[in-house]
Design a protein around this ligand. Structure first.
Ligand SMILES: O=C(O)CCC(=O)C(=O)O
Ligand SMILES: [Fe+2]
Length: 525
């Protein structure tokens, strides 16, 4: 964690203090920035040096060692606002106001060019278009030109018009922190995994092995997806040559693959937009499953997928995932108590996982677990909580590389980060051994059920009905598990005073469970 008090003074000698300019006259380019390797911060927690900020912005702590000026003093009455508040205020401004305000002084230039604000403006414009407001500023939403930053893209600036004013007398953690986060060395967190934490790795498993021993534990299979055609034929280049014009969903935007590739290669967002598309098979005309000409199929070892009984009514369950290094998924559990597999086609992913009832450092869950608050970006979580999390006995970590597939058991917490630009395929499923958890989720957490079309009003009854028709013996087993869970719950509540009922109640690594061992802990119904 970087605290201002721990910052080493950046020995910055008078940069162009009077710099001011227009977008046609770049003043200070990063290439001419006078900082040297000696100017780097104390990076003991980061693993490798973070380069100087391209505008020369420094962490707040450096102000107290600086003999030069303090740009904040030239902000007039706005000085009264703390940086956090100032940045919030700027979020209410439109692009013209933001641009003009940025030219009034260096501190405001640094604030008004912060790319996160411009990302919000971009998304707002995109939304207006979606909502039917005529929008001609960026051209066709899906195939505009990415110009290296959100600000340059919104303003349509070519690289030479993308001004850089020297802001070396701007001291602000709020402005500097995102830059640090987008430059942390991932290797520092993902290497040297303690032996006890390592996720198990096998060549392959049979269904009997999976069902008998592994359906509630994470693992990586290294020789399971080699026969998939996509394992050999897909790379970012090959996809770009074949699907450049196909529009994919990346979080809040729908972009052509060509545009997404430009973004992926030329951006340094702290949390890069992640391509996560559930209609990819239709969009790319792929066949999935063991049929002639299929691109890939589900591995045999996971056995029957009970959500297949839902047919056309099953919720979204497979995704193509593409993202640059540093992109990934913050801590979450997969929807509807489903399990998942995640196959890496190109790149490598670092996984850190915890069993269902673990208290994960830095992740806050509401009492009914309907809301997960993990307000931190992946980088911030790594900086602030990784060391603490790694020490917990329930922590599991591993790297899944190209050609490998990882199993995420139902209910397990996971954070995933791409160590390289990459492609993955993922699918959620319901193995027989998790029938009780899934029935319990659909019944007792109906408000948290997701992914079903709106015309499916009662997913629990739908699933029970299909099981009754096709797998009555399994439905009986599911009901038996539900009854058992309720009995254990009643016993525990009877013994407790009510204040200790939440699985996240303690942050010391204690896990609330029913005494059947960590791996079998289930969420409270
Ligand atoms: O590849 C990733 O980022 C992880 C995806 C994931 O967690 C999921 O599909 O549920
Ligand atoms: Fe997930």
């Amino acid at each position: 964690m970087i605290l201002p008090s721990r910052q080493r003074q950046i020995r910055n000698r008078a940069l162009e203090e009077d710099g001011a300019g227009t977008e046609n006259q770049p003043l200070t380019h990063s290439s001419s920035h006078p900082m040297t390797g000696d100017d780097l911060e104390d990076e003991s927690d980061l693993g490798s040096p973070v380069p100087p900020h391209p505008l020369g912005i420094k962490p707040l702590g450096n102000k107290y060692f600086s003999s030069g000026g303090d740009a904040r003093r030239n902000m007039g009455m706005l000085q009264a606002l703390p940086d956090e508040m100032l940045m919030q205020l700027l979020e209410y401004m439109d692009k013209q106001a933001l641009r003009r305000l940025g030219y009034t002084c260096k501190f405001l230039f640094a604030c008004c060019t912060a790319d996160d604000i411009w990302k919000s403006i971009f998304l707002e414009i995109t939304n207006q278009k979606r909502n039917g407001v005529s929008w001609s500023e960026l051209g066709k939403e899906s195939s505009f030109e990415w110009r290296g930053s959100w600000r340059a893209t919104v303003l349509g600036l070519s690289p030479e018009r993308n001004i850089r004013i020297d802001c070396s007398n701007v001291f602000s953690d709020v402005l500097h922190r995102p830059f640090v986060c987008s430059h942390i060395s991932l290797g520092h967190y993902t290497k040297s995994i303690p032996k006890a934490n390592e996720i198990d790795r096998f060549d392959d498993l049979s269904y009997d092995e999976f069902a008998g021993k592994w359906s509630k534990k994470p693992f990586v299979l290294t020789k399971c997806i080699q026969s998939w055609p996509v394992t050999k034929s897909w790379s970012l280049e090959s996809l770009l040559s074949q699907y450049a014009d196909v529009v994919f969903r990346a979080e809040a935007v729908d972009w052509s693959f060509a545009t997404y590739c430009q973004y992926m290669r030329h951006s340094r967002d702290e949390s890069p937009l992640y391509l996560f598309d559930r209609k990819f098979a239709e969009k790319m005309s792929l066949k999935v499953g063991k049929v002639e000409g299929a691109a890939y199929w589900k591995p045999d070892c996971f056995g029957p997928d009970l959500f297949e009984l839902l047919g056309a009514e099953r919720p979204a369950h497979r995704w193509l995932i593409i993202g640059p290094e540093r992109s990934g998924s913050t801590f979450h559990k997969d929807p509807n108590a489903t399990s998942a597999w995640n196959a890496v086609i190109q790149g490598a992913k670092y996984w850190i996982m915890f069993p269902p009832s673990a208290a994960v450092p830095g992740v806050f869950v509401s009492r009914d677990s309907s809301e997960v608050t993990s307000p931190l970006s992946i980088a911030e979580w790594l900086l602030e909580f990784h060391a603490e999390a790694r020490k917990l006995p329930e922590c599991r970590e591993g790297i899944c590389r190209a050609g490998e597939i990882l199993h995420v058991p139902s209910g397990w917490w996971h954070l995933v980060v791409n160590l390289e630009d990459g492609i993955a395929l993922t699918q959620n499923f319901v193995p027989e051994s998790h029938i009780g958890s899934v029935l319990s989720f659909l019944k007792d957490k109906a408000d948290q059920v997701s992914g079903f079309e709106s015309d499916v009003s009662d997913p629990y009854s739908l699933f029970v009905g299909r099981l009754r028709e096709e797998r009555p013996e399994l439905l009986e087993e599911g009901f038996r598990q539900l009854a058992e869970k309720k009995r254990r719950w009643d016993t525990v509540v009877g013994d407790e005073d009510g204040s200790e009922e939440h699985p996240q109640k303690k942050s010391t690594g204690f896990s609330f469970g029913f005494g059947f061992g960590d791996e079998d802990d289930e969420e409270i119904p």
